[in-house]
Design a protein around this ligand. Structure first.
Ligand SMILES: *Cc1c(COP(=O)(O)O)cnc(C)c1O
Length: 483
């Protein structure tokens, strides 16, 4: 690593802080804590000067790639510009100083913001009721399926199966399994959308839910969605929408109008809050009125006396998140929605789709587009033609880093061999899109002329190829101080 650990920079006696002299009588620690719980030796914390602390962390931050430093075309993730006013609002002391156990009457502003955010999300999606409890999209899926289960149980039979298209995100079947259902796959047709014949074959009274991403992960709008919803409802099953791709619909189409009964939002995607690296997210769930009784508790309700948390919902699936530790994500999404307004959100959708199609046509000069047709907010390329030069999509992704671009999503969706999934978002300029497409062409040429260059990429990043499997299986998270 080109940057030492802060422990390795440590020199005994160095200090990065200055505190005023104690102006109250000092009391020994033993008077606060039982003696056997006190340390015998001081913890081996790093001892560094203020300059060293600042420089260490600034250097680390400069090694990171971010939306603030470059183009981040990560398909399925909507890595768009995060307006800095969101950060301003989410750092207001009235918000950052909240304690999760404060009584309702002392957090009226926060509850008002959450209540209104629920209303906005309802208006954008067409759903009658929204909960902000789930902490991420996948958590929203889990919540949505539990709501469906509670509904079916109330009808007398929880049913057994949840259908998921073969293009779905991996979290979909995972949420299904966690909820105690069996996930069954519905095939895609030659156009990359749901195969109606295969859906009909799989539909019966055992099916509880059909989980659909629309537009799907190929960036294609499910044109038959109204017919799909009719077939699914005919057997008494519910329609769930994975709303990760809402950035392609806002202001133009309301998922509830398409026949969906339940949906999750990814505030950290559609509504411009920073994400990545497993940071905080927010995955609210919207439902139609007949499912409202099953939403998690406590619900945020508006009464004559103000906002409060209400637990009195006997059919609720219960609590699915201890505290709103991700509240500041909601503040960012709220700020963004208020700033854009209905017309602004519609413009976002239109520009996201325009940018994706512009880039799709340019990028198709480098690599073939899988299911090449007018797309929504993203599209998928295939690196298959590079196999003849011994080059894989992974090599292309790594080489892009050398040119200062973040790589697109790779090897997803699974139904496209050697997939590169590109989502430019609405916030990029024409010049950026053109530069990215030209770079892709340059890399394809390199693959033909000098494949080794790609095998060894990246050449210019602080670290080279990491063993990703090892990193996930044997995470080394603890610094062991040499005695
Ligand atoms: C991101 C994503 C999810 C999961 O959402 P998280 O917020 O990352 O948990 C589910 N489905 C699709 C299509 C996604 O892109």
């Amino acid at each position: 690593m080109p940057e030492k650990l802060i422990y390795e920079l440590s020199k005994a006696g160095r200090r990065g802080y200055t505190l005023p002299a104690l102006d109250v009588p000092a009391r020994p620690l033993e008077s606060f804590l039982p003696k056997e719980q006190l340390r015998r030796r001081p913890a081996p914390l790093p001892e560094v000067s203020e300059n060293e602390v600042i420089r260490h962390f600034v250097r680390l931050s400069e090694m990171n790639y971010s939306v603030d430093t470059g183009f981040y075309p990560l398909g399925s993730c909507t890595m768009k510009y995060n307006p800095k006013i969101n950060e301003d609002m989410s750092s207001l002391p009235g918000f950052t100083g909240l304690h999760p156990l404060q009584p309702d009457e002392t957090v009226q502003g926060a509850l008002a913001l959450m209540y209104e955010l629920q209303q906005y999300l309802g208006a954008i999606s067409g759903f009658d009721a929204v909960t902000l409890q789930p902490a991420a999209g996948a958590h929203g899926e889990f919540t949505g399926i539990l709501i469906a289960r509670a509904y079916h149980e109330k009808q007398g039979n929880p049913r057994r199966v949840v259908l998921v298209p073969d293009s779905a995100h991996g979290t979909n079947p995972a949420s299904v399994t966690l909820s105690g259902y069996v996930a069954k796959t519905v095939k895609s047709n030659e156009q990359g959308t749901i195969d109606l014949e295969d859906l009909r074959r799989n539909l019966n009274e055992e099916v509880a839910v059909f989980m659909v991403t629309n537009p799907n992960t190929l960036g294609l709008f499910e044109k038959d969605i109204v017919e799909v919803a009719r077939l699914v409802h005919e057997v008494g099953a519910l329609m769930y929408m994975d709303g990760a791709n809402l950035n392609a619909l806002m202001g133009r189409v309301r998922p509830a109008d398409l026949g969906f009964d339940i949906m999750h939002f990814n505030l950290h995607k559609t509504f411009s809050t920073p994400h990545g690296g497993g940071g905080p997210g927010s995955g609210p769930v919207g439902v139609k009125a007949f499912l409202e009784p099953f939403l998690p508790v406590p619900r945020i309700v508006k009464t004559e006396e103000g906002y409060r948390l209400s637990w009195d919902h006997p059919d609720s699936i219960g609590k699915i998140h201890s505290f709103y530790g991700n509240f500041l994500v909601m503040v960012r999404a709220y700020t963004y929605i208020r700033m854009m307004g209905p017309e602004g959100l519609k413009q976002v959708t239109e520009d996201a789709v325009l940018n994706a199609n512009y880039l799709r046509v340019l990028a198709s000069r480098a690599l073939p587009v899988a299911y090449n047709q007018l797309c929504m907010h993203e599209f998928v390329l295939t690196g298959k033609p590079l196999k003849q030069y011994g080059v894989r999509t992974l090599d292309v992704a790594k080489r892009l880093l050398d040119y200062g671009f973040h790589a697109p999503t790779v090897y997803f969706p699974l139904i496209v061999p050697e997939a590169l999934m590109v989502e430019p978002t609405e916030t990029e300029t024409r010049e950026t899109l053109e530069a990215f497409a030209e770079t892709l062409q340059k890399i394809v040429k390199e693959a033909q002329e000098n494949p080794e260059l790609l095998h060894e990429a990246p050449h210019r990043t602080p670290v080279r190829r990491l063993d990703e499997a090892r990193a996930a299986r044997f995470p080394d998270l603890r610094y062991k101080h040499p005695e």
